[in-house]
Structures are given as C-alpha cells and as structure tokens.
Design a protein around this ligand. Structure first.
Ligand code: NAD
Length: 283
C-alpha cells in the first residue's frame, strides 16, 4: 500500500533528473501515484528536442505511472489551458498539483538588485510568481474539492497545491537578488491562493528548500550558499534532494491535511538562526 495509491496529479517543473520536481514526483510515483508531466517547449531549431528528451529519460522508468508529457510555457494562458484540458481528459479531477518553476535571466541575476532591468524584472515575476496564480486559476475546475460531513469533518480530502520557494524572499541573501523579490511575491501569491481555494477545501502551501545543485540553483549561486549552510545551520549540513522530495510529497498528500497557506522550511534549520553560531568558531 502506497500513500499515493489511487491519487492523480500534475507535475510542472521537471527539467532533468536533478530537478526538485523530479525528486517529489519520483517519491509520489513510488508510492503508487499517477502523474502528468510538462517540459519547457523545445526551440524550433533544436532538432534533438533536448528539454523534452531530458524529462522523457526521467519518466521512462515509470511507464505505468507517468501518463503524459507535454510542453508548457507558463507565459501563455492558452498553453496552460491546454495542459489543464489534457489533465481533465486523462484524470477527470486531480488530487495534487506541483508548481516548481522559476526563471530570471543570468544577466539580471548577476547585477546588483537595484540595477535589474525593467524587462528582466517583469519576465522573472511573470514566470516565477504570477504563474502560480495563473495555474491555480486554470486548474480550479479540476482540483478535487473536499467533501465535509454535517459536522464539518473531512469525509473526502481535497486536492493539494505546492510551490517551491527560497529564504531569499524573506531575508536579504546577497546574490539571490531579483529572484528574492520574486520569491517574496510568490510566498504572498501562495497565501492568497490558499484563501481563494480554501473555500473548496483545496490546500496551497510552499516548501522553502535549502540550496540544492540544479539548473536553476546553479544560476542562483547555490555553491556559495551550501558552504554557509554546512557551517551555520543547526544540522551542520545541507539538505538532500531526497529530503526535499519526501517533504514535498508529504505536503501534496493527505498526510498534511489541515496544513494550508504555510511555508515549510526544509533547510536544516538555517532560516531560524539569528547569528552565525558555530560558524564563528572557524574564524
Ligand atoms: P530546475 O531548473 O530543475 O527547475 C526549474 C524549472 O522551471 C525547470 O523545469 C524549467 O523548465 C521551469 N521553467 C522555467 N521557465 C519556465 C516557463 N516559462 N514555463 C514553464 N516552466 C518553466 O531547478 P530547481 O532547483 O528544481 O527549481 C525548482 C523550483 O525550486 C524553483 O522555483 C526554484 O526557485 C526553487 N528552489 C530551488 C532551490 C535550489 O537550491 N535549487 C532552493 C529553493 C527553491
């Protein structure tokens, strides 16, 4: 018996086998869940169709559980609607929806934050924060509503939505720059979406992960951050992809029923430190 037996959902944001979304969805599928996947559209001149191919390679090991793989650019409402229509025809209603998407140009990430370009700011905000609202709105018709008894006890669980955030949206993390501002906006989008969808018993949460080496993570400079986490966090180490994957799956499962509008930190306790602690011993 797996904790996701009979559960179906959408996974947005696998780029390759290092993606956080992959670790969450792999755990879900190992626990019996069925998933529909999206990939970033391939460029017209890329004959190798690398974006698709990388995700296809991941899901090849799960032929029963990975139901489809289609392109998605969250900048297009039409494209989002197509993905939701496909999910509806495959699954009817869905039990979980993972949003694990962010983007800012390297040029903007490398600048001082006050030098962020107007276009770069809009692009980063659109893909990294607004897209959560757009996706929740497009999915609201297929996200399974909760069923409550006369005593307002849950008889059938409602769907759960999860997004991925980072501490750089709460505090200044030099180098995270414009993406920190996007994460602050995303955290707020998550809470307002939790309010709107809460009326139907649908939950929306965020997982704030410690630094992990992924495509997006490398662009945001996780290497330096990992050194600090190793020395400063209460656990004196960085978290692993597997740890983030398991907690992500928990937040998308019935096990977390009752939790909504919450940001759960999976960061070895780093975000609760008020001074460098043991890191000072090294100097
Ligand atoms: P990743 O590069 O594997 O995932 C980012 C995903 O965003 C990719 O799948 C990419 O295709 C997708 N994406 C970008 N632009 C898109 C668009 N226009 N339309 C649709 N999809 C688009 O890296 P990751 O680290 O797994 O990132 C996933 C999420 O986790 C991001 O929100 C990231 O900010 C967050 N996060 C990462 C870390 C870390 O250290 N890696 C820490 C905390 C939070």
């Amino acid at each position: 018996m797996g904790m996701f037996d009979g559960k179906k959902g959408l996974i947005l944001g696998v780029a390759n086998d290092r993606s956080i979304a992959w670790y969450i969805s792999k755990f879900i599928m190992e626990q019996g869940g069925v998933c529909g996947f999206t990939h970033l559209p391939d460029k017209a001149d890329d004959e190798r169709k690398k974006n698709r191919m990388r995700v296809q390679k991941c899901i090849d090991d799960f032929p029963q559980q990975a139901k489809f793989l289609v392109p998605l650019n969250v900048q297009s409402d039409e494209n989002i609607a197509e993905v939701m229509a496909l999910a509806q025809s495959e699954f009817g209603q869905i039990d979980f929806l993972l949003h694990s998407i962010a983007f800012a140009t390297l040029d903007d990430l490398k600048k001082d934050t006050i030098e962020t370009s107007r276009e770069g700011f809009k692009l980063a905000m659109e893909i990294s924060a607004y897209s959560l609202l757009a996706v929740c709105n497009a999915a609201k018709g297929i996200l399974k509503p909760a069923k409550l008894s006369d005593k307002r006890e849950v008889v059938e669980s409602g769907a759960a939505v999860l997004t991925l955030t980072y501490y750089g949206g709460e505090r200044i993390v030099p180098g995270y720059n414009v993406m920190g501002i996007c994460k602050a906006a995303l955290d707020s989008c998550m809470k307002y979406a939790a309010y709107d969808l809460g009326l139907h018993g649908i939950r929306v949460n965020a997982l704030s992960a410690g630094p992990l080496k992924t495509l997006a993570g490398s662009a945001a400079g996780v290497g330096d951050m990992q050194t600090v986490y190793d020395q400063m966090s209460p656990l004196q180490r960085c978290v692993t992809h597997e740890e983030v994957g398991r907690t992500g799956a928990f937040l998308l499962s019935e096990m977390s029923e009752g939790i909504t509008a919450e940001t759960m930190h999976v960061d070895g306790g780093f975000s609760e430190m008020g001074s460098p602690g043991r890191m000072l011993d090294k100097y």
